[in-house]
Write a protein that binds this ligand. Sequence first.
Ligand code: 0X9
Ligand code: ZN
Length: 303
Amino acid sequence: EFDYNKYHTFQEIDQWVTDYTTAHKKHLTKIKVGVTYQNTTFHAVKISTGGSMKPAFVIDCGIHADEWIGPATCIHVIKNLTEHKGLTTKVGKILESVDFYLIPSANPDGYNYTWTKNRLWRKTRSPTSGGCFGVDPNRNWDVNWSGPGASSDPCNDDYYGPHVWSEANVRSQRDFVNGIPNLHAYIDVHSYSQLWMFPYSYTFKLAEDYHLLSTIANQSVAAIKDVHGKVYTPGPISKTIYIASGSTADYFYVHDKLKCVFAAELRDTGKHGMLLPESEIQPTAEETFAGLMVIADHVMNGS
Ligand code: 0X9
Ligand code: ZN
């Protein structure tokens, strides 16, 4: 029996994806995203009630290896969407018109390393010059790559990599997402700090869709607060946390010209940080689900 209120290894997560999609064949599909530097295959779960050319909403978790609440939350979201209470509910209606794609563990090499060697490992595990390992997979994308808020130092946690797209898992994620028909929304899920953000990440300049994005983000944080009273701060990534070039969210906003792009930082605000207790998995997942359904609602209604 899979315990949803515990953290799991990559192997357990991937096995859960296999078992759960098999048990819910009608609506769920396990899809290969690609491989990592260490040649580990990682997967996405597609949730669809059928039909074609529905707008797609993509959610990735765990691109930073030490942010364990991400994968745990992605799993809860898949479960909640799958076990929703039927057509009359809000979630049921959303599922009639939106396809979801979730990548529960987007950096398996790093994640494995957090389980075996260093709990606070963030990056990938590819060898780099100078004896240090790993590239920040949220600095490796082709959007102002190597610009402000990213490091040229291979030993730094924000290392942008020896070249753009150097990381196999990042290229896999790019190609997988770019292959999804009718992509309408994207969220890159991180922790911690309780933020609900949107582009830009690489510049303080306001996004062309600032009004829409901030309207949705404000609604998401209100929905989140309604669940357990937690306060999340909405706003542009650059102003709300800091400037980061070469990031996932900016890539889909700038390159794919996707309007509806977000980046979340889940619980907490620093008491436990990356070491969020397992007792907080369930409530974090519940509030995050509420925030995500606000975005999904906008996708359903055509923004
Ligand atoms: O530094 C980061 O990559 C993110 N913060 S974290 O503490 N999770 O490492 C902030 C960047 C926000 N995310 C995206 N731009 N996609
Ligand atoms: Zn992160």
